[in-house]
Ligand binder design. Structure first.
Ligand SMILES: [Zn+2]
Length: 328
């Protein structure tokens, strides 16, 4: 039974908004693009993990908690927790193409792409150990001492290992057998305690807020291109006409194109949006037009007339969006 589903990481939305608004020639463009691609690869890998649990059922009591962020003595994030009344399994997901090698002292993972390019990463075994330890502490703080197992799941069975990883590594297809083999119940929690604890764990999840993205990734505001994006050809700079927004290069007309630009502004810069800043970012001239847009965008407003500023609760916004998607 899945207690907590995975949500698309907010960071991915924010990085997407930033990437499309940095010029290709901007000094930070390739850095932000790499960050966005890596967040996206993470999502792809995690979906594979989710499918394994969807297609495999276990004939004992268990709960699955995906994408768990906890704030204990330090913040930690676990891709998937397989929680049972007698033990807990921590699973970390990695999605890497090419060949990988593990180095000791300091622990690192070196990835080599087919074209020979090499990149160094934090060793996933370190993250696994740290998360297992923190989860053990979390349980201990509540008076429970369950054995914790852990594995790093590599999403692609095409990943080649140049040496034996110094920690448990699995491909997704091996996971059901791995979990079934662990199952050897010793002293179990009674059913009521188990359910209570599993719910407490899922409910302890704190949403990681990556906004404002420009601040998180240290991108100067002056690097960010303004304008309303055309959904059809992805160019910035749609023009406001009476009937809506018009894209001069492709001719597409969209009544509500400004809505995404406003969400972009809050993801990138955050804080209070003024009428003047709205005109700058949406590239419109009339204060009256900006007022109409701001007043009809479901924002939180404060102050009167010229001093009026607007803000947006992005966490609530994306929460509602993902609810809409789930129920579509
Ligand atoms: Zn267009």
């Amino acid at each position: 039974m899945v207690l907590k589903e995975r949500a698309v990481p907010l960071k991915l939305y924010g990085l997407g908004a930033l990437e499309k608004r940095l010029g290709i020639e901007d000094e930070n463009y390739s850095y932000i693009r790499r960050k966005r691609l890596s967040a996206q690869a993470g999502v792809g890998g995690e979906e594979i993990l989710d499918r394994v649990f969807l297609n495999n059922k276990f004939n004992h009591e268990y709960r699955i908690i995906h994408d768990l962020h906890l704030s204990a003595n330090s913040n930690f994030q676990i891709d998937t927790v397989f929680f049972t009344p007698s033990y807990v399994v921590v699973l970390e997901m990695k999605n890497f193409a090419g060949r990988v090698r593990f180095e000791e002292n300091p622990r690192q993972m070196i990835r080599t792409m087919p074209n020979g390019q090499q990149d160094a990463y934090d060793c996933p075994g370190v993250q696994l150990e740290k998360n297992s330890m923190l989860l053990k502490e979390w349980l201990f703080d509540r008076g429970f001492d369950l054995p914790i197992y852990g594995a790093v799941v590599f999403a692609r069975s095409s990943t080649q290992f140049e040496n034996t990883p110094p920690f448990k590594v699995l491909f997704p297809s091996e996971l059901p057998v791995y979990l079934r083999k662990i199952h050897n119940p010793g002293r179990e929690l009674d059913s009521g305690t188990f359910q209570m604890l599993a719910h407490e764990l899922a409910n302890s999840h704190v949403v990681f807020n990556p906004f404002p993205i420009c601040k998180t990734f240290r991108i100067p505001e002056s690097s960010v291109m303004t304008g309303v994006e055309c959904k059809h050809c992805a160019k910035l700079g749609m023009v406001k006409l009476k009937k809506g927004w018009s894209c001069l290069p492709c001719g597409f007309v969209d009544r509500n194109a400004h809505q995404q630009a406003i969400v972009d502004w809050f993801m990138l810069f955050g804080g209070k949006l003024t009428n003047k800043e709205c005109r700058r970012f949406l590239q419109i001239e009339k204060a009256q037009t900006a007022t109409r847009i701001l007043e009809s965008s479901g924002l939180i407003s404060k102050g009167e007339r010229k001093g009026r500023v607007y803000s947006m609760d992005l966490l609530e916004f994306f929460n509602k969006e993902s609810f809409k998607k789930r129920n579509r």
